[in-house]
Design a binder for this molecule. Structure first.
Ligand code: PDD
Length: 277
């Protein structure tokens, strides 16, 4: 199986990262996860756009043109013969003697990427999943898709230990997003989700959902909502590259709606699948 290390496609067993790579030591880097459906990158341009934007926000210059990077990713998908899966890519500030201060300008950022085969979570998409509520203890730049994911991991682990698929996070009673997804409620047919500020990652799936709502006259409002609104919502769903449009049918042991995916969520699932099928 092949991977990308900087500008080369090599055997995974040949790939070596310095123990003082700043991604490894500090989480000093950014990443993207892009879905592959039927051998084709889904919303690849949008993900790459965000990759450059995340890198820029932490002052790392991506050492490739967008077209080159896209070409490299497509080559990897081909050589690994990915059908339905994903590509993970990350860029770190590179290897340099450990120091909180950025290394000198000649330090080369390190790009890595690998692919894997992943089936769509059809069973969960059909029946919905359980979620729990957790405190959002992250920093104030959640708009950056950075490698620093400890608070997200702690929330996801807590959710898993409670038999939940996702932790839905809140700051002082206002829902931000999931530990690895964006979060939405539906009340009286209207969708609400947190605005794309520094407090959330502006998901690519979120952007697709927003467009689909617009095109299909489904009321969609980027407006923060409270925990109380979440608990009393008619429907809840979360979105991400790997979860797509995922119905949440149970929240902290209480059923949402009638415990089945709601109508608006279903409609969005149908529209979403049409985007790549
Ligand atoms: N997570 N919010 C957070 C905190 C995320 O980590 C993600 C994605 C999203 C959804 O973004 P998108 O629709 O672009 O995937 C929102 C990825 C899948 C991950 O870390 O594996």
């Amino acid at each position: 199986v092949k991977v990308i290390l900087n500008d080369k496609i090599i055997d995974r067993s040949e790939a070596a990262i310095d123990i003082e790579d700043r991604g490894y030591q500090f989480g000093d880097g950014v990443y993207e996860v892009i879905r592959v459906y039927d051998g084709v990158l889904f919303t690849g341009d949008e993900h790459l756009e965000r990759f450059y934007s995340s890198a820029d926000k932490i002052k790392i210059t991506v050492p490739f043109q967008k077209e080159e990077l896209l070409e490299l990713m497509n080559q990897l998908i081909q050589v690994n013969d990915v059908h339905d899966g994903s590509i993970y890519m990350q860029l770190t500030r590179g290897a340099s003697p450990r120091n909180h201060v950025f290394p000198s300008a000649d330090t080369k950022p390190v790009l890595t990427a690998y692919t894997k085969e992943v089936a769509r979570p059809v069973e969960s998409l059909e029946n919905g999943v359980a979620a729990m509520v957790a405190d959002d203890i992250r920093w104030l730049r959640c708009d950056i898709k950075s490698l620093n994911l400890l608070p997200n991991l702690l929330a996801k682990q807590a959710a898993t230990e409670q038999g939940c698929y996702e932790a839905i996070l809140h700051r002082n009673g206002l829902v931000t997003e999931g530990s690895a997804s964006n979060a939405y409620i539906v009340v009286d047919g209207k969708i609400k989700t947190h605005p794309a500020t520094n407090l959330i990652l502006n998901g690519i799936t979120r952007q697709v959902v927003a467009r689909l709502c617009k095109e299909n006259n489904i009321p969609f409002s980027e407006e923060a909502f409270t925990l109380e609104e979440l608990r009393n919502a008619d429907e809840i769903f979360v979105t991400s590259t790997t979860s797509e449009v995922m119905p949440v049918v149970k929240l902290d042991e209480r059923e949402i709606g009638n415990g089945k995916p709601g109508q608006v969520t279903r409609k969005l699932q149908t529209l979403f699948v049409e985007e790549f099928e």
